[in-house]
Write a protein that binds this ligand. Structure first.
Ligand SMILES: Cc1cc2nc3c(=O)[nH]c(=O)nc-3n(C[C@H](O)[C@H](O)[C@H](O)COP(=O)(O)OP(=O)(O)OC[C@H]3O[C@@H](n4cnc5c(N)ncnc54)[C@H](O)[C@@H]3O)c2cc1C
Length: 306
């Protein structure tokens, strides 16, 4: 079925299919599909005169990762795209599909096990094996949000345009983690059309880092995107977001508060990095993620201040 033939309830969208095809194979996704690969206005990057950037939802992760202007203006976005999955996946996977990909939870992916995201009444990971799950227990489902690009786009306060809404923030799209039945706040049949980034701040620097259980081809245990403006040797602007630790990517507001206006040195950073776990509520198996989170935050900030 093509986009022109689709209706709000026609079926599940298929972009590149790198996530969807696995769920089809296992029987977790059934029913009709809507091929959106021919959707108009969804491919490519368009720079505004003010230095802003609109990225079509069907733009591949590899194109974003390889674009020199993106790397210069939005290094946290470029590095996130470069670090994600494998070259083969990046070559196919689309930005819209990355944002809307479904949970990686092994219970969700098992067609024989019910869970909240499949109409079940509870989260089997909570009482089961949740080694790779949330360390910030924010809702009934304890699976971490799977999208690397969502975590980075949150640091850039990206705006999302869908075929129905033009004023969504990335935060609106992700929700607050309290809805255990969904991975995003898209309505049935709502398609992401593009993502818009405001022009970068003057003098801003950014980095992205992931802690991962093997060298590549794996979702991160913890990932952090950090943006800073350091002026007169002090943190003038800070924005840090983290993925892999909660049902939605989180803004690390307590770290930002501990940095704001302070001298950009190792002492400030050491104090601020400890704040990364503010509000954390780890599960019995996920406490280790808090040490990873603090370490990644500290490393990124020291490199940005160095
Ligand atoms: C080995 C491996 C490692 C990986 N590591 C990472 C990682 O570190 N970080 C990470 O983020 N991802 C990772 N991935 C996942 C990969 O990035 C996703 O599979 C991919 O981004 C999905 O994009 P797609 O275009 O193939 O989406 P599809 O598979 O086509 O779609 C995925 C979902 O999104 C919906 N959808 C697609 N496009 C839209 C749209 N425009 N509007 C609304 N809904 C839409 C579909 O209906 C479907 O439910 C990994 C995958 C593999 C296989």
């Amino acid at each position: 079925m093509t986009p022109s033939a689709m209706t709000a309830t026609a079926g599940e969208f298929r972009a590149a299919g790198t996530d969807l095809s696995e769920r089809r194979r296992s029987g977790v996704s059934t029913g009709p599909l809507v091929d959106i690969s021919a959707a108009p206005d969804t491919i490519g990057m368009h720079w505004g005169d003010d230095g802003s950037l609109r990225i079509g939802a069907f733009t591949t992760i590899a194109v974003i990762a390889a674009d020199a202007r993106v790397a210069e203006a939005y290094p946290g976005i470029a590095a996130s795209a470069q670090g994600l999955a494998t070259p083969q996946i990046r070559h196919l996977a689309t930005l819209g599909g990355n944002l809307a990909q479904r949970s990686r939870c092994w219970y969700y992916r098992n067609p024989h096990i019910a869970c909240l995201k499949k109409g079940g009444s509870d989260c089997p990971a909570r009482s089961g094996n949740h080694l790779y799950h949330s360390a910030f227990d924010l809702g009934p489902c304890v699976a971490p949000h799977p999208s690397t690009m969502a975590a980075a786009l949150l640091a850039y306060e990206a705006k999302i345009t869908t075929d129905r809404r033009s004023s969504l923030t990335i935060g609106d799209l992700l929700g607050d983690g309290s809805n255990g039945t969904a991975d995003n706040a898209l309505q049935p049949g709502e398609m992401i059309k593009s993502v818009t980034l405001a022009s970068p701040l003057e003098g801003e620097r950014a980095l992205y880092k992931r802690a991962i259980s093997r060298t590549h081809a794996e979702w991160p245990l913890v990932e952090v995107c950090a943006r800073v403006v350091i002026k007169d040797d002090a943190f003038q602007f800070t924005r840090l977001t983290a993925g892999g630790i909660a049902p939605v990517p989180l803004r690390l507001a307590a770290v930002e508060a501990a940095l704001q206006g302070k001298r950009a040195n190792v002492a400030t950073i050491a104090v601020a990095a400890k704040q990364a776990t503010s509000g954390a509520k780890p599960l019995p198996m996920t406490g280790y993620k808090l040490d990873l989170l603090k370490g990644v935050v500290q490393d990124l900030l020291e490199r940005l201040a160095g």
